[in-house]
Design a protein around this ligand. Structure first.
Ligand code: TEU
Length: 567
């Protein structure tokens, strides 16, 4: 096993972590001042969302300079201090690599748009219009057409995300060389890897053919024409040969719409260009696929469906590739609100979800604040939101489309990206201890009760449970290496699985839901099973055969034969 297979990653959204200079925006010195907080939690690797100079449109994912730090986040010396502070604690740093697109303010694009024969023109994807409109009907992820007419040359450029995020032309070898060079720049400064943004969108189907029209939006997402495109593997293999193979670093690719088979190719230990990917199947469970914009919908899903999806990735990548494990990030709602119960059972359900996250096979990713059990932030006014995706939805649907604002706000409450982007609550005091100035986005209204200070002071808190789980994972190789077997795939609320490795086998029991569950006739806990960790019962206890609402237990049993009694 490699270091990155044994690691736990903690994702930081710098804008919202901790502000050290009172401008209302989190920054690098803020992060450096909290390294002991992260070290105590036990995480090994920090994934830092973009801190580069940017165009101010998409939370740093619209980069204007790949080799520097945005002044609001600090300076390159501040960044070096952070890296040194991490390395001094035996921790590692992974940077965000955003190279499907740049900002429209990047010098390459400023040049490219000047004339059709500019040397940078082919850094981007330009096409003349068709019949007075865009070259094809492709929609952008953030609403509207994915093509933008640029008046200077009367041609359209492609942008799969915001208008201000033009897509780079990966067919151009000069673009690829630029990317490899900027990767080398950071690797030579000593970083430990990259999280690669939308990395399976690099290769577009030639000709940008139309996609099937959407239900009620003119511009549907043409995913079949840009996800896992024809040259993707060629580009990624080249990237590995030219750059990554020369360093002992980890890579994780963000890849929507990838099957386990495709992931096995991408992450094959010998030939795969990446170490692991973020798959999106479990993110789709509560979406309505028939809707014109599924990601804004919320439909109930069943626990057996969750087990099917997670189980498929566990079994199909076992021995073939490597999984990443995540239930949240900066693009999705808070996990306790989405998969748990953010009301009366907030704490036990947050712990249950953590138990799931840390006891599957793969590298777990914790999103900042999830270790405090933070729920979604439900702002009552659209004025409190900042995310381009959220604001575009509101503009298209309410301001231009005349839909009911209450209904759209509810969609935003359930699925908006700002749920995850409110400032880290460090204390219950002024501005939650995040800033001495005015925070760039309002605080999550729960901060007076749910903040690091209260959570650290409470030995039964979500934070200490995360710490215990991370420790457990380190002490039990079956969690990292073992096989996964779902014991009761059909059961409506019980998620029970085994993790089997050589001489050791773990049994994980998760009662998904607000009802107690009598295990009698459902599953026998073997007589020799010893409780390692639970969110109700303490290690070593012999708890009853009834699981409390949202109860989670991790047992160890000594041998595979003894575990046979379960069947
Ligand atoms: O996200 C890409 C992505 O596919 C989605 O999760 C996307 O955020 C969603 O479809 C829209 O709601 C990555 C980054 O994680 C995201 O923050 C950026 O906005 C996006 O790429 C563009 O760089």
């Amino acid at each position: 096993m490699t270091w990155w297979q044994r690691s736990v990653v903690y994702q930081i959204y710098p804008r919202s972590f901790l502000d050290s200079d009172g401008d209302g925006v989190g920054d690098l010195p803020g992060i450096t001042s909290k390294l002991d907080y992260l070290h105590t939690l036990g995480v090994d690797v920090i994934w830092l969302c973009p801190v580069y100079p940017h165009g101010g449109v998409d939370g740093g994912y619209d980069i204007t300079d790949y080799r520097n730090i945005a002044p609001e986040f600090g300076s390159l010396p501040d960044w070096k201090d952070l890296l040194a502070g991490l390395h001094a604690r035996g921790m590692k740093l992974v940077m965000d690599l955003v190279v499907n697109h740049t900002s429209d303010q990047h010098p390459w694009f400023l040049e490219a748009r000047r004339s059709t024969d500019n040397p940078y023109r082919d850094y981007y994807l330009w096409r003349p219009g068709e019949g007075g409109g865009p070259p094809s009907n492709w929609g952008s992820h953030f609403g509207g057409s994915a093509w933008q007419l640029d008046p200077a040359t009367d041609e359209y450029y492609l942008h799969l995300f915001a208008t201000e995020q033009p897509d780079l032309n990966w067919e151009n070898p000069r673009v690829r060389r630029e990317v490899y060079d900027l990767m080398t720049f950071w690797l030579d400064l000593g970083i430990d890897g990259f999280r690669m943004d939308t990395i399976n969108m690099l290769s577009k189907v030639p000709g940008f053919p139309d996609t099937a029209p959407g239900a009620d939006y003119a511009y549907p997402l043409a995913e079949e024409h840009f996800l896992n495109g024809p040259e993707l593997l060629t580009y990624l293999r080249e990237m590995r040969a030219e750059v990554l193979s020369k360093y002992d670093v980890m890579t994780v690719g963000e890849t929507p719409g990838v099957s386990p088979d495709a992931a096995a190719v991408l992450t094959d230990p010998q030939t795969g260009p990446l170490n692991m990917i973020f798959q999106f199947d479990h993110m789709a469970l509560d979406k309505d696929p028939a809707s014109a914009r599924p990601r804004w919908t919320t439909v109930p899903y069943s626990v057996p469906e969750l087990k099917t999806v997670l189980g498929r990735w566990q079994t199909e990548l076992h021995g073939r590739g490597w999984n990443s494990l995540y239930l949240s990030n900066h693009d999705v709602p808070r996990l306790v609100s989405r998969y748990g119960d953010d009301g009366a059972s907030r704490v036990p359900s947050a712990k249950l979800l953590a138990t799931l996250l840390f006891t599957l096979q793969g590298t777990p990713y914790v999103y900042q604040g999830d270790e405090l059990g933070i729920p979604n932030a439900k702002f009552t006014s659209i004025d409190d939101y900042r995310d381009v995706d959220t604001l575009n939805l509101y503009r298209e649907d309410v301001i231009e489309g005349g839909r009911d604002p209450a209904g759209v706000l509810e969609m935003i409450h359930n699925k908006g990206r700002d749920n995850a982007r409110t400032p880290m609550p460090w204390t219950g005091g002024e501005n939650a201890g995040f800033t001495t100035g005015t925070p760039w986005i309002p605080l999550n209204p729960t901060f007076r009760d749910i903040n690091a200070e209260t959570v650290l002071a409470d030995p039964d808190s979500v934070y200490w449970y995360y710490r215990d789980l991370i420790r457990l994972r380190r002490e039990h190789p079956s969690i990292v290496e073992g096989r996964y077997d779902d014991l009761r795939p059909e059961h409506p609320t019980l998620y029970a699985y085994l993790r089997t490795h050589a001489q050791e086998q773990l049994l994980v029991l998760l009662n998904f839901g607000g009802q107690a569950l009598d295990l009698d006739g459902v599953l026998d806990i073997p007589a020799n099973a010893a409780l390692l960790l639970g969110n109700y019962a303490a290690p070593g206890e012999v708890p009853a055969g009834v699981l409390q609402p949202w109860e989670a237990r991790v047992y160890v049993t000594r041998s595979a034969e003894e575990m046979g009694a379960l069947d």
